[in-house]
Design a protein around this ligand. Structure first.
Ligand SMILES: [Zn+2]
Length: 465
């Protein structure tokens, strides 16, 4: 096997190849396809020139969300005792003042101003019981977890604003007004506490009910199934992570709805930036389908009002797509873009032994792209599918891969990334990093984005829309 010409890769991951055991082993192997420049060139040839830079495509406002959590045990005694703490900040960036503040030469911002903003940050927070913690006398950690989720998702998070921001309400709305727990085509709903089969249906005005069998309260938010992974003494980190992700996406929808109600035109001049893929994984995964449907409905209404569709951008800084991009980076010319279709994903990233008919069928609500900017930084970004659901389309895998369905949003997403790329965060994430660091950003209580939009004179900007 001709590995003698192979140079040690950066980070030394080829060093072990010198080991005699590995050498002997490799002597008995050969490549499926010999790694070569030609292979990379073949991939590069499938990229297209990115949409031309166009400053007109920059929205006036960018809302970036930034979620974090901690769930380490609260002491070192046994049994391990855990509390989960989740916070989601939303920051509003006025792109005009951003341009004024940033130094075009260093693209650097005053860290002291940033530290000051940090102190004033007031994110939406959630506290959840983890292992060995009974919330309000619940009989198990799981039941207490359900209760805590409901209490905190049914609170008005507008923090003094006159516009309600209640996550359990948006959940009902996303389910077309009625939420049914645990129901499938084959069977009736199931009590999340005792498993007894009953019809558990919830509406805006009725968000909890007692199980006729065990008398435990069942909540509308149990629909998210976040509690299913929770045990009394196990590590409940994954449930807390799922909760954080679900809440971040619910909050996005709640905020879009809140702004739509108050001032739909505002949405046409805004972008929402999420840290991570446009997808919901694990127990609450079916939420992704509700988000698709919700966004499609909002877009239909915007279209009727002759307002541009929503611009939502998911930016992923790690993961297998990013690993792939980092390998490919040096071969790619600057200013290129590729829609990451399923064929490409299975051929070059995931392996194609048993490709599913539609990648991310149970989880994704957005389409991934690979983008290398004109200045040479690489990004994996996603924008939402434009369909209300996946079943509608006979061949969703093909339909989602048609760039035309995304209209101007691909060009807008590229322009947003160009506008915010910073030397400071090599190929990492842009507005989301700014959520922590930038002086032109208002870090505010999550429910206040709308208030700030109104105060900063969005109304008067309507003439420019
Ligand atoms: Zn029950």
């Amino acid at each position: 096997m001709p590995y003698k010409d192979q140079r040690a890769a950066k980070g030394g991951h080829a060093d072990f190849v010198k080991n005699p055991d590995v050498q002997n082993f490799l002597a008995e192997c050969d490549y499926l396809r010999e790694p070569s420049e030609a292979e990379a060139q073949k991939i590069v040839a499938t990229f297209s020139k990115a949409p031309s830079p166009n400053p007109q495509n920059i929205p006036r406002y960018v809302v970036a969300s930034d979620a974090s959590k901690s769930d380490t045990p609260i002491n070192d005694k046994l049994p391990s005792t855990q509390v989960g703490y989740v916070k989601v900040s939303q920051v509003l960036i006025d792109t005009d003042s951003y341009s004024e503040l940033i130094n075009p030469n260093s693209r650097f911002v005053d860290p002291f101003k940033v530290a000051e903003l940090h102190r004033n940050a007031s994110p939406i927070t959630f506290v959840l019981p983890g292992s060995n913690v009974r919330f309000k006398g619940a009989k198990s950690v799981k039941d207490g977890f359900r209760k805590a989720i409901f209490e905190q998702l049914s609170m008005d998070r507008s923090q003094g604003s006159s516009n309600r921001l209640v996550l359990s309400e948006i959940l009902v709305e996303m389910n077309e007004g009625i939420v049914k727990i645990g129901e499938t085509r084959e069977k009736k709903g199931q009590c999340p506490s005792c498993g007894a089969e009953h019809d558990f249906s919830f509406t805006l005005n009725s968000q909890q009910q007692a199980c006729p069998d065990c008398n435990e309260i069942v909540y509308v938010t149990d629909w998210l199934r976040l509690h299913e992974d929770v045990s009394d003494f196990g590590n409940n980190t994954s449930a807390i992570t799922r909760m954080m992700n679900a809440v971040e996406h619910l909050l996005l929808c709640a905020m879009i709805k809140q702004i739509f109600r108050a001032d739909p035109k505002a949405l046409g001049n805004m972008a929402f930036v999420m840290d991570g893929p446009l997808a919901i994984f694990g127990q609450p995964a079916k939420l992704h389908a509700r988000i698709m449907n919700f966004l499609a409905k909002i877009n239909t209404m915007l279209e009727q009002l002759k307002i541009d569709p929503l611009l939502i951008v998911g930016l992923q800084k790690t993961g297998e797509v990013m690993d792939h991009i980092n390998l490919l980076k040096k071969y790619l010319p600057n200013g290129v873009l590729r829609l990451l279709d399923d064929t490409y994903r299975y051929e070059y990233i995931k392996g194609n032994d048993a490709p599913s008919k539609n990648f991310g069928n149970e989880t994704y609500y957005g389409q991934d792209f690979i983008f290398k900017t004109e200045s040479g930084r690489v990004f994996n970004f996603a924008i939402p599918y434009t369909f209300a659901n996946k079943a509608e389309s006979v061949n969703f895998s093909k339909q989602k891969a048609d760039p035309l369905v995304y209209g101007n949003n691909i060009a807008k997403a590229c322009q947003l990334i160009r506008h915010f790329e910073l030397d400071l965060y090599e190929s990492a994430i842009v507005p989301v990093a700014l959520a922590h660091r930038h002086a032109s950003i208002s870090i505010m209580p999550g429910g206040h984005v709308l208030d700030i939009l109104t105060k900063t004179g969005l109304q008067k900007n309507h003439q420019n829309l």
